[in-house]
Design a protein. Structure first.
Length: 82
């Protein structure tokens, strides 16, 4: 089961998924009505690093709206230890 929180704030969608990958929470943002398979999502993840600290990393290392939400678990995340 995926935990999803959808809002229509600022004419957009916010999705939070904390069940796809153990120990990782994914955050997605796109315009309202965007398909989850369209390459127009900004995707970020929070994970626990080897030291036990929470870190954040952006897909492709940036907040651009050019990723596919449906692929969130296999995207390339760039961060300090992503």
């Amino acid at each position: 089961m995926i935990t999803i929180d959808i809002e229509d704030a600022e004419a957009g969608i916010n999705i939070i998924d904390s069940t796809t990958t153990a120990g990782t929470t994914y955050f997605g943002r796109a315009h309202t009505g965007t398909s989850r398979s369209a390459a127009i999502w900004s995707v970020r993840k929070r994970f626990t690093n080897a030291n036990g600290n929470d870190e954040f990393a952006w897909a492709d290392g940036n907040p651009f709206f050019d990723n596919v939400w449906a692929n969130r678990a296999s995207l390339n995340y760039l961060g300090s230890t992503a």
